[in-house]
Design a protein. Structure first.
Length: 427
């Protein structure tokens, strides 16, 4: 189940490529952590980063707003977008259905499954435990967790898992197909299968010598957080990240809550016949981007793990950015450790027009940390059947951008590209 949050994608859908970009700077903030400022873009126009003005194309009615509506009108986007500058909401829009059967529309504060975007919380939980003296980045994972196969136990460190350099990837033995995705009806069953599945993996390379994106590795980090903290992974994140950040609607909801809570958007997976089906109500169906057969459906898992599928609203993800930058979630040195790139991951490729994106991607301790148009950024994206999300923090420009969709991955990639260029002023 771990790999279903991000690994079922076409070759062009590399996590560092699909992730959104940007960050919110440290400024005085409201006690709630987010100032709703609908209609105040003009009032803030003398406070923008870079040029001294909030770009017209990012304001209500601007080019970005119009493009979101255009895609929604074509039924190519369903979800919520939010842009915030210096903690103030500049643009918030919601389109489409959260639950077609229940006749519930998406709202600007709807709750979405995040897929791999919630790896941000896994990485930060580990950094917090290091700050508390309960872990070391160079610790072998086997120092704290039993049951790892010997080649993994002898070589993989916490740092390797955080930076996707453990050698795990999301592959198994050469020629071995992944087992059919099971429908789990308890978290205990889900994680028992994770440990069984882990034993089918072989290291793709010597840990530390290469990078291979690994949801399985972040699942293992979730287990590490639980063991070291003495709490469930989900409770630890709630108590040490969501609550201090004021993220009141964020949680690791189980499948019963996903079905029952009308605030939570259902993923709509695109099928080969051109229809979209509700992932939560159709566990027998899977994404067309999945493996052969029924494909991937993250709702088959009972609950999100360290590998992905926490839940959040767009306002909560802006609050997360604010709290992180304000030092509420880790001390300044450990916040910098969390955000700063550790290894060069992959150059940002050229866009369809042939223009270089003039940047390079680095891996941090959870976030991806690219440069783009001479700007520092931290970011993460997520994709699964009917789920497409990005969290974007522009470190030098005081912007936060959140795009949450309950359609498949390709629905937000054009929006991410436009957002990135408009915020940084790239041509």
């Amino acid at each position: 189940m771990a790999s279903s949050y991000s690994s079922h994608r076409s070759p062009d859908h590399d996590p560092s490529r699909r992730s959104a970009l940007g960050f919110l700077g440290a400024v005085p903030l409201a006690a709630s952590g987010l100032l709703a400022a609908q209609g105040t873009a003009e009032a803030n126009s003398d406070r923008s980063s870079g040029s001294g003005q909030v770009p017209k194309d990012l304001r209500p009615g601007g080019a970005f707003d119009q493009y979101v509506k255009e895609l929604a009108d074509k039924d190519q986007f369903s979800g919520t977008v939010m842009l915030a500058y210096r903690g103030r909401q500049v643009l918030a829009r919601a389109y489409g259905w959260a639950d077609k059967e229940g006749k519930v529309r998406n709202k600007t504060d709807s709750i979405y499954a995040l897929a791999s975007t919630s790896k941000l919380f896994t990485g930060l939980a580990v950094v917090q435990l290091v700050q508390q003296g309960k872990l070391k980045f160079y610790d072998l994972v086997s120092k704290h967790l039993d049951g790892l196969p010997a080649p993994m136990a002898e070589r993989i460190t916490v740092h390797h898992l955080l930076t996707h350099t453990s050698g795990l990837g999301d592959a198994r033995r050469p020629g071995e197909k992944p087992p059919p995705e099971k429908i789990h009806n308890s978290y205990e069953q889900q994680m028992a299968d994770f440990w069984t599945d882990l034993k089918t993996f072989e290291l793709e390379f010597v840990p530390g010598t290469r990078k291979a994106y690994s949801s399985m590795g972040y699942n293992l980090l979730g287990e590490l957080v639980a063991k070291v903290s003495g709490k469930s992974f989900q409770d630890y994140v709630r108590q040490n990240i969501f609550l201090p950040a004021g993220m009141k609607d964020s949680a690791y909801y189980d499948r019963r809550q996903w079905l029952a809570d009308k605030r939570i958007a259902h993923p709509y997976m695109y099928q080969k016949d051109g229809t979209r089906v509700d992932a939560v109500r159709n566990l027998d169906k899977g994404s067309v981007y999945g493996d052969a057969g029924q494909g991937s459906n993250s709702a088959r898992g009972w609950m999100g793990t360290g590998g992905g599928n926490g839940f959040a609203t767009a306002p909560d993800l802006v609050r997360f950015a604010i709290a992180l930058q304000a030092g509420k979630l880790a001390s300044r040195p450990y916040t910098e450790l969390y955000m700063n790139g550790k290894i060069s991951a992959k150059p940002l490729k050229e866009d369809t027009s042939g223009n270089s994106l003039r940047g390079e991607t680095f891996q941090a301790y959870g976030p991806v940390a690219p440069t783009f148009n001479n700007q520092r950024i931290i970011t993460h994206g997520g994709g699964a059947g009917g789920i497409s999300t990005s969290w974007s923090l522009y470190l030098d420009m005081d912007w936060t951008a959140v795009i949450l969709s309950n359609y498949d991955l390709q629905s937000i990639e054009p929006l991410i590209d436009m957002e990135r260029r408009l915020i940084t002023g790239a041509q």
